[in-house]
Design a protein around this ligand. Structure first.
Ligand code: ATP
Ligand code: LTN
Length: 332
């Protein structure tokens, strides 16, 4: 029988997950558990590439862990852990940094965006962020990496790093493939539909947080920026409506033609309320489960400790071999 393919992905604990994180990444992670072996992590080491308040980061990491469970990731079925609990990632990162070129890192659009947003803190970690991301993936020899389309460039770099290592030191790392679903690969901001919806947006109306209550969700959708037309249809130039249609499609399973028919002759107001209601109802069970999990810290701790132990068991073997490959003396 064929061995199951291995999936790896991660999310930064930089705040409460948005609807973009959920539709573009997290909800797919949960369905992948049925067919694949899955390893998921809370990328707290990536989060500190942008200044974080320590107490808040700790809280967000625990909340993010519980949120992934509330979104359907089963810590028994999959390996679910916190990145900083597996030292192997930082160790492999160093080797991979030494196999990544300055020019490659300089071309990363996320680096350019984030350094523009934080001109007072363009630190080396922000620059080498993709090497650590490559280390996350290669430390497990993952086959596939489910992410939103904004991470495609980082993943291509991870593939180049793996290939370069293999050329230099002999075939060793699996070259990981991106796994990007078409629907919802990029959910846009509700206030500026040409920009991606992002946790770290300063405008609270720009993003739906998956823990927002029903009234807040509906209010944010009703304020969403659209256009001066009245037609609910997926067309070039109608960025705001296209975004709302892709969100509605993602949570209801309806295709664009069905949505156009449903709202033919109705105004944007009705459509926005319907999107808000559908999203709120879809997220309701996540909110309930999250509250339950956060009330049982001992259970959470048991889950993330076990996750770290299992992650270390796999990655320490692979990282030890990488140490040997580059010529480090084996430990006694
Ligand atoms: P930050 O604002 O702190 O950079 P973020 O909201 O961009 O955070 P990440 O932790 O960087 O979120 O991403 C987690 C996962 O969610 C990634 O797989 C990413 O591709 C996906 N993702 C993030 N934003 C969106 C979006 N707007 N649409 C679809 N997928 C998204
Ligand atoms: N950079 C990713 C988060 C991330 C990741 C990873 C994703 C860190 N390490 C490894 C896939 C695989 C992001 O979503 N911003």
């Amino acid at each position: 029988m064929d061995e199951k393919k291995l999936i790896f992905s991660a999310i930064q604990p930089t705040g409460t997950f948005t609807l973009g994180n959920y539709i573009g990444a997290v909800r797919n992670w949960s369905s992948l558990q049925e067919k694949f072996d899955c390893i998921y992590c809370i990328a707290d080491m990536h989060a500190i590439t942008v200044r974080q308040e320590p107490a808040k980061l700790r809280q967000h990491s625990l909340e993010s862990y519980a949120l992934l469970m509330a979104c359907g990731i089963d810590p028994q079925k999959s390996i679910l852990f916190i990145q900083s609990h597996a030292d192997t990632h930082a160790c492999l990162n160093w080797i991979l940094c030494c196999n990544t070129q300055f020019g490659e890192l300089s071309r990363m659009t996320q680096f350019k965006d984030k350094s523009q947003r934080h001109p007072d803190d363009i630190n080396a970690g922000l620059f080498t962020y993709p090497s650590l991301m490559a280390a996350d993936i290669l430390a497990y020899n993952a086959d596939m990496v489910p992410v939103g389309v904004d991470q495609k460039q980082h993943l291509e770099l991870a593939r180049n790093i793996a290939q370069r290592f293999n050329q230099h030191y002999g075939e060793f790392f699996k070259v990981p493939k991106p796994y990007i679903t078409e629907v919802g690969a990029k959910i846009m901001s509700l206030q500026d539909p040409t920009k991606k919806m992002s946790k770290s947006d300063d405008n609270p109306n720009a993003c739906i947080l998956i823990l927002d209550d029903k009234d807040t969700i509906i209010r944010k959708f009703r304020r969403a920026v659209t256009d001066s037309d009245t037609l609910v249809a997926y067309r070039e130039g109608k960025d705001g409506i296209n975004n709302l249609m892709s969100i509605y499609s993602a949570v209801t399973g309806k295709n664009y033609d069905e949505i156009e028919n449903e709202f033919a002759g109705k105004g944007y107001g009705d459509f926005k309320t319907a999107v808000g209601e559908a999203v709120a109802d879809h997220l309701e069970p996540v909110r309930t489960e999250f509250a339950k999990l956060m009330a049982d810290r001992a259970y959470l701790k048991q889950c993330y400790s076990d996750g770290a132990r299992r992650a270390m068991k796999i990655s320490s073997k692979i990282v030890s071999k990488a140490y040997h490959k580059v010529g480090f003396v084996d430990r006694a």
